[in-house]
Ligand binder design. Structure first.
Ligand code: B12
Ligand code: SF4
Length: 512
């Protein structure tokens, strides 16, 4: 029996940007008795279902965007005699769908770390349940990934999770509902050990695959103090202290390491935190800016963000402390008007963002937005090929509509065209070249241009364009530049035992 773990994707680029962490975590949770699992990431190459034999187990992890491709694979694998198990955020929200459309014998809802060996055991005994409610695993039971199974020379960034859950409650995001609002922080030692292993394997760039790296704000602490809530205060302080401990340990790693994380902009008010991040080589962060107007922020329940000059100042603060920002904006909010697009890209430029992404408001299942939208359109829902748009992920990729939320004053096509124009402006060669001043050498500036173009091709065109000629052109481009880009990220593998970490690492000769 072989255990296959498959990350579905309808597009393959040969090279991947970030290691899909769940594959390597579930591989680690696979008991030795089941043999080494076969890992297939379809963002690299399509899964060859001919490799599936009767009696194999095929584990498929899906988010909403790749659910349909996952169902295709599951259906074929089942027909070939395999036992099919689904997991991941989308399967957790719609287990019945994976059972009826994806050929699933079983679906795991929630974290797979602890339940996976049990599921495999049940599969071996022929005693599978249809649904496993695995829930939220405590941080001390998170499984460390098996990086020894990584294919060589394929990914630009490793990925290590340091915390799960987010205390906020943004309307477009499912994280706080699925992963919970209580931060589950992994032990510092475990996190550092994984990073050391990745560095030993030549990864200099590591994404901290966290929901929110800054789960305790100065405001939270002040509020607990004002309320004289000593228990809460102590709990928050302990979480904060653990963050600083982690960052202090990361600071001991070779200084050529580059970490990237996701964080709320409240961190800009916390100089001590930003300085610790910089010392820890957390050189970049995705910041959810979402909207540049107060109405827009109200639309998404994100009033802890700023607008106007205060917003620009906050974002610049990251750069002043040496942290590059990838600003994330949403278009298509009910309060957006044609003028919002121009205003947004101006803020993006004035705030000295290093990168930016402009996504269109998509009602993702599990979110407050999705529920409101589903209710609103229920009586008169549009269909594409017989599928209601409230199940848009089931519509074949080439016909799948990209904007689903009805907007009070703009059509979907107008929002799409304006969003595309914003990407085009922000990533024009001239503007990228100006932004590339953030690095010092000519070689680094050229690398910056290449990476900016790759980012734009991978995430903008393929995500926004609906005409297949443009999508094909974009993915061919991405395929072409992905390989030379990957070379910019690798380092010479470091040959050093993890035990030498505290004393030996900083004196190790640096790669590149
Ligand atoms: C890091 C991250 C990214 C990174 C890296 C992605 C990568 N290559 O790994 C980047 C920035 C590139 C990214 C991009 C996007 N992301 Co993202 N991302 C995350 C984040 C924060 C963490 C994911 C992670 O690595 N977690 C660690 C692993 C170990 O956990 P896990 O994946 O949940 O897997 C566990 C369980 O789900 C389960 N499990 C998973 N698969 C399987 C399979 C089986 C068989 C079993 C048994 C169990 C199981 O067991 C695992 C271990 O416990 C999540 C938030 C979250 N909390 O999940 C969002 C999240 C997954 N992303 C999301 C979205 C929307 C996106 C984008 C579409 C954003 C955009 N508009 O461009 C793109 C899509 C890119 C793509 N095509 O995949 C949404 C998905 C919502 C949904 N309903 O689908 C999430 C949930 C965040 C949110 N705001 O709601 N993302
Ligand atoms: S968008 Fe970010 S800040 Fe908001 S709930 Fe999701 S993870 Fe938290």
């Amino acid at each position: 029996m072989t255990v296959h773990l498959v990350n579905p994707s309808h597009l393959s680029f040969g090279v991947g940007v970030i290691t899909p962490r769940w594959l390597y975590v579930l591989a680690a949770a696979t008991p030795a008795s089941a043999g080494a699992p076969r890992i297939v990431d379809e963002t690299l190459e399509p899964f060859d279902t001919d490799d599936v034999r009767p009696g194999d187990v095929v584990g498929i992890g899906i988010h909403t965007g790749n659910a349909l491709r996952g169902y295709e694979i599951g259906t074929v694998a089942r027909a070939r005699g395999a036992t099919v198990v689904f997991g991941g955020i989308h399967a957790s929200l719609y287990p019945a769908e994976a059972l009826s459309l994806g050929g699933a014998h079983a679906v795991v809802r929630g974290d797979g770390d602890v339940i996976w060996p049990i599921v495999l055991d049940h599969a071996r005994q022929g005693a599978l349940q249809q649904i496993y409610d695995a829930g939220r695993v405590d941080a001390d039971r998170f499984v460390a990934a098996r990086w020894d199974l990584l294919p060589p020379d394929r990914y630009m960034w490793g990925s290590v999770q340091t915390v799960r859950g987010c205390p906020k409650h943004c309307s477009f995001c499912s994280v706080w509902r699925t992963d919970g609002q209580a931060p589950r922080q992994r032990g510092v030692g475990q996190v550092v050990a994984e990073i050391v292993e990745l560095r030993q394997r030549g990864f200099r760039f590591v994404a901290l695959a966290d929901d929110n790296f800054y789960p305790v704000t100065l405001n939270d602490l002040a509020m607990a103090e004002r309320q004289h809530n000593q228990a809460r205060l102590a709990q928050l302080q302990a979480l904060r202290a653990e963050r600083f401990e982690l960052m202090a340990r990361l600071a001991e790693l070779p200084s050529d390491m580059v970490f990237f994380t996701q964080i709320t902009m409240e961190a800009a008010e916390d100089d001590a935190f930003l300085d610790a991040m910089r010392r820890a080589n957390i050189k970049g962060a995705l910041v959810g800016i979402e909207a540049v107007t107060p109405e827009g922020l109200k639309d998404v329940y994100k009033s802890f963000n700023d607008v106007g000059e205060a917003l620009v100042r906050r974002l610049r603060r990251f750069r002043e402390r040496g942290i590059h920002v990838l600003g994330s904006f949403i278009f298509g909010l009910p309060s957006d008007r044609p003028s919002t697009f121009e205003a947004t890209v101006e803020v993006a430029e004035r705030s000295e963002l290093t990168f930016a992404q402009f996504v269109m408001l998509t009602p993702y299942p599990g979110t407050v937005d999705f529920e409101a939208w589903e209710k609103r359109v229920a009586a008169d829902v549009a269909h594409v090929g017989g599928i209601p748009v409230t199940r848009h992920w089931l519509i074949p990729q080439e016909r799948r509509p990209k904007v689903y939320m009805p907007h009070p004053v703009m059509t979907a096509d107008e929002i799409r065209a304006r969003t595309q124009a914003v990407w085009d402006r922000f990533y024009s060669l001239r503007r990228i070249w100006v932004r590339s001043r953030c690095v010092s050498t000519l070689r680094a500036r050229l690398a910056f241009v290449l990476i900016s173009k790759l980012y734009r091709q991978m995430y903008a065109n393929t995500g926004i364009a609906t005409d297949s000629a443009r999508v094909n052109r974009a993915s061919q481009w991405a395929r072409l530049i992905a390989r030379p880009c990957r070379r910019l990220f690798v380092a010479r593998p470091l040959a050093m035992p993890a035990s030498s970490l505290r004393t030996g690492v900083t004196s190790t000769p640096q790669a590149q």
